[in-house]
Design a protein around this ligand. Structure first.
Ligand code: AMP
Length: 412
């Protein structure tokens, strides 16, 4: 049969055994978020289109070119979320705003109409944390540290934080004029895209790959910070040094979304050979709450790119998917086997069996396929209250009392 249906371009099916590694990545993220004091928030995977065009910015690549926008049967314009922050801020504003501080985490798929390649997908996954209500540079440091520790736990090697400050929105007007003039003088040498951006969003030209050689010489926002933003940036760097998190200043890093001010950063996996070497990115966005109708609320957050992290971490030795696979060696003892499976599952042991009533060797094959650590054989020894446990990796075998089997398995 020819395959008629395929996953849409730029999307992936994540099947076992790989899916187990993805699930671990999610669990690791959420556990670490809890360790840092962040609570999970769930929001819709689609929102009113205007939330993103306002929140992310009309003149950004994401809004101009990458949104999956559709009209629903009620005539509303909706968009599959291209990022999480705008939704999370909307949710907080809708719930009455932030009292004091609020630390939240989110996880899930994002959608962008991109040119697909390795590490750049149309549906991809992000883990996010957001620290709302705290203006201190130590909040930036905490959020940067969180992403760095996550990459440590995920065993991504050689990570460095590319760090920059783009200043405050009010200070940016002067810089923007300076940059606009500088770019206008060189507009004949710029790419079409860059030239079109001079009027609408000149800072975006700074991270245009096609114009990298030219903009390397451009005035950088970090050289034009007002005192408050400069002091904030100094304190962020002090915090990173104290925690021994490696960073380097990347004067042309501006990041693609409009809402940032002051600190912006990305995590670069420096020994990763793929073209997409940013494992995540974040920044401060003190103006977004007001922009979306809320009270002024300082905020800083990060989004970790799970698809890329899975590529960067490489293949790790596969962990067993099951603790036990119950093999029924005597068909007359099927009920005993089923009861044993139920009992082990209630004790929290990952347990399965083959229900097709096949031969013992076929059941052992199934146990291998299911990536079980142990086969637990229900056979003649059941009459004496015993089972045989066989280690499926080494072949080592032992007779164990049924009474104590779950403690025995847990102790392995
Ligand atoms: P951004 O806020 O757009 O920089 O996204 C944060 C992180 O998400 C990036 O550093 C990437 O790791 C990841 N990411 C962004 N877009 C994609 C994509 N299209 N496919 C896979 N990962 C992505």
């Amino acid at each position: 049969m020819p395959v008629t249906y395929r996953a849409p371009k730029g999307t992936d099916d994540v099947l076992p055994p790989e899916s187990r590694a993805w699930l671990r990545a999610e669990k690791t993220f959420i556990d670490l978020a809890e360790v840092f004091g962040y609570d999970i928030v769930l929001t819709p995977h689609f929102e009113a289109t205007e939330l993103f065009s306002r929140g992310v910015g009309e003149a950004t690549e994401v809004v101009e070119k990458q949104m999956y926008t559709f009209t629903d049967k009620g005539g509303r314009s909706l968009t599959l979320r291209p990022e999480a922050t705008a939704s999370l801020v909307r949710a907080m504003v809708e719930a009455g705003g932030v009292r004091g501080t609020e630390k939240i985490a989110a996880w899930g798929p994002m959608f962008r109409y991109e040119k697909p390649q390795r590490g750049r997908r149309r549906q991809f996954y992000q883990g996010d944390i957001e620290y709302f209500g705290e203006p201190s540079p130590d909040a930036d440091v905490e959020v940067i540290e969180f992403g760095y520790r996550y990459l440590e736990e995920m065993a991504v090697p050689d990570v460095v934080v590319a760090l920059n400050s783009i200043g405050d929105v009010e200070d940016r007007a002067a810089y923007r004029n300076l940059l606009t003039t500088w770019l206008m003088e060189r507009q004949d040498d710029l790419s079409d895209d860059a030239r079109n951006r001079i009027a609408s969003n000149p800072m975006r030209v700074l991270d245009s790959k096609a114009d990298a050689d030219i903009v390397a010489e451009a005035p950088a926002p970090v050289e034009h910070l007002a005192d408050a933003a400069a002091e904030h940036f100094t304190q962020v760097q002090r915090g990173l040094r104290r925690l021994q998190i490696p960073y380097r200043i990347e004067a042309r890093l501006v990041r693609g979304l409009d809402y940032y001010n002051r600190t912006v950063w990305e995590y670069l996996a420096t020994s990763y050979e793929g073209a997409q070497d940013a494992a995540g990115g974040g920044g401060r966005y003190d103006g977004l709450f007001e922009l979306l109708g809320g009270k002024p609320t300082p905020a800083v957050g990060v989004a970790m790119g799970i698809d890329r992290i899975m590529l960067m971490a490489g293949k790790r030795a596969d962990q067993p998917a099951l603790d036990a696979f119950v093999v029924i060696a005597d068909p007359n003892r099927r009920d005993a086997g089923l009861d044993l499976v139920s009992e082990l599952r209630r004790r929290g042991l990952r347990t399965d069996l083959d229900l097709a009533g096949r031969s013992v060797s076929a059941q052992f094959k199934a146990a291998d396929r299911a990536a079980a650590a142990w086969a637990v054989v229900v056979g003649d020894e059941w009459a004496d209250g015993k089972v045989t446990a066989r280690n499926l990796a080494t072949g080592e075998q032992e007779t164990v009392a049924v009474e104590g089997i779950e403690a025995w398995l847990k102790g392995r």
